[in-house]
Design a protein around this ligand. Structure first.
Ligand SMILES: NC(=O)c1ccc[n+]([C@@H]2O[C@H](COP(=O)([O-])OP(=O)(O)OC[C@H]3O[C@@H](n4cnc5c(N)ncnc54)[C@H](OP(=O)(O)O)[C@@H]3O)[C@@H](O)[C@H]2O)c1
Length: 280
């Protein structure tokens, strides 16, 4: 359930939202916002260099589309920067003259810092930095947000309302955004690898591949649902499955010997280091 729909619809109604770049993530956000009716389609603009993409967004969501970033920014209250990080520099040059402190800028570009945006768009810009993840495409995303120093008290709430439409939101300090990238940003790929490995194990043991995948995905989904609904710690639920001398404890011992826990911690640390490098 989108919290924004019930709690904050009135606050966002009346504001115009512009997406600069409306590919995978911009499109996911548009889909979520329209689906949850947070902002009417008539008040949403999407800018994309691709004509086919603009046509698709207009036909599917009834939003306004253009190829003119400056025109979209000029009449928008909230602007979401959703191009690839390497495309951002020229985009900022393009819109700089029409950005001022009447507008809220939300950037989701990986590794791009608040201070960089401030240096390119001006000291007084109201800005929020966000890091969503891929499951936003199906409304099950995890987004971390942090606010720039000139953001108004309501700006973070506005951003929270927007990203709540594609999943859950956490507020963090900016110095933790690389860790967010390493954990929830990259995390879906780690989980896919685990699912793939468990499925392979099933096939190795004679299960048909489709059944092995079904067993694995429903097991992962069920474990996560159990965790969220029971409000217990993972270790408590793990102990509920692992009876003394039983099958699960034998499996867990093999995972410890294989170094799964250390490998996952190292994966998040390596991705966090890489995020820092890319940000520089
Ligand atoms: N996808 C994810 O899972 C994810 C997760 C977290 C954060 N992010 C961040 O979200 C941002 C967007 O990622 P994405 O995966 O949505 O990328 P994407 O699918 O490539 O979407 C970007 C879109 O913007 C278009 N574009 C490029 N330059 C433009 C310009 N100057 N003006 C208007 N449109 C322009 C691109 O067209 P062309 O393809 O022709 O260049 C593309 O259609 C990135 O900064 C990324 O770091 C993504």
């Amino acid at each position: 359930m989108c919290q924004a729909q019930t709690k904050q619809f009135n606050k966002i109604a009346g504001k115009t939202l512009a997406f600069l770049g409306a590919g995978n993530m911009g499109g996911a956000l548009i889909q979520g916002i329209i689906g949850k009716r947070l902002i009417p389609a008539a008040d949403i603009w999407a800018v994309d260099v691709r004509l086919a993409r603009r046509e698709y967004l207009k036909a599917n969501y009834g939003i306004n589309v253009t190829s003119d970033n400056k025109a979209a920014v000029d009449q928008a209250d909230i602007i979401i920067l959703a191009v690839k990080p390497q495309q951002l520099g020229s985009l900022l040059d393009e819109i700089r003259s029409v950005v001022d402190d009447t507008k809220l800028i939300i950037s989701i570009a990986a590794g791009i810092t608040l201070s960089y945006l401030q240096s390119r768009l001006g000291d007084n810009i109201r800005q929020i930095r966000g890091m969503p993840n891929m499951p936003a495409l199906v409304g099950a995303g995890m987004t971390a947000l942090c606010a720039g120093i000139k953001a108004l008290p309501d700006d973070l709430q506005l951003a929270e309302d927007i990203f709540n439409c594609v999943g859950e939101v956490a507020i963090v300090k900016e110095n933790l955004m690389d860790a967010v990238t390493g954990l929830s940003g990259s995390g879906p790929a780690y989980v896919m690898l685990v699912i793939e490995a468990l499925t392979d194990a099933g096939v190795k043991l004679g299960l048909p591949p489709d059944i092995a995948l079904k067993l694995t995905t429903q097991t992962v989904l069920g474990a996560v649902q159990l965790l969220k609904e029971k409000g217990l710690q993972p270790a408590q639920l793990r102990d509920m499955v692992a009876s003394p001398g039983g099958t699960t404890i034998a499996g867990l011992f093999a995972l410890d010997q294989g170094g799964l826990r250390a490998a996952l911690i190292e994966a998040v640390e390596a991705a966090t280091r890489r995020s820092k490098e890319l940000g520089q």
